[in-house]
Write a protein that binds this ligand. Structure first.
Ligand code: ZN
Length: 174
């Protein structure tokens, strides 16, 4: 494919991000942090276990964008043994992805998010999650899609002990 005149890279780049976090009750019963997904706090008795705030959607968004650009993944860019990221607000990772896009001169064509999670039910929160992602990326909400799926009660995800997220993003040279 011909490169855009404004960049030495290809005109389009596709990326996939994946993340999984265990879900546990809040301390002292478990190590779960407050349940927050796509930057939206959701009332739920269990929450993600993680070094940062455990927001799997925002982590997968970062990895999809970084992956499309061939940049280091979130674990390399923000090591989980670095105390600076203990309990970190994951919106900072998306801000870093926006900086990567600007530096590499790419813009988001669209972004498709799939959350696999037995509970809580995400449908009442879907609109807010889409608007949150779009707002953090500085793009129109019509460019962001989010699907919630269950795991049919099987395996750790189906038993509510974990959730996973897939994100696919398409970038165009800007
Ligand atoms: Zn994560």
């Amino acid at each position: 494919m011909a490169a855009s005149p404004s960049t030495t890279g290809p005109a389009f780049r596709v990326g996939h991000g994946y993340d999984l976090h265990r879900l546990e009750p809040a301390p002292p019963a478990g190590r779960g942090r407050p349940f927050i997904l796509a930057g939206v706090p959701i009332d739920h008795p269990a929450g993600p276990v993680g070094h940062s705030d455990g927001d799997a959607v925002l982590h997968a968004v970062y990895d999809a964008i970084a992956g499309a650009l061939g940049e280091p993944d979130i674990g390399q860019a923000f090591p989980d043994n670095d105390p600076r990221y203990d309990g970190a607000d994951s919106r900072m990772f998306v801000a870093a992805a926006v900086e990567l896009l600007a530096r590499r001169r790419y813009a988001i064509v669209n972004l498709d998010v799939t959350v696999v999670c037995e509970r809580p039910k995400l449908s009442p929160h879907k609109r807010r999650m889409i608007e949150s992602i779009a707002g953090l990326l500085g793009i129109d909400a019509s460019l962001v899609n989010l699907k919630g799926k269950t795991h049919e009660k099987v395996d750790a995800i189906g038993e509510g002990r974990a959730l996973e997220v897939h994100v696919v993003v398409l970038l165009a040279a800007s």
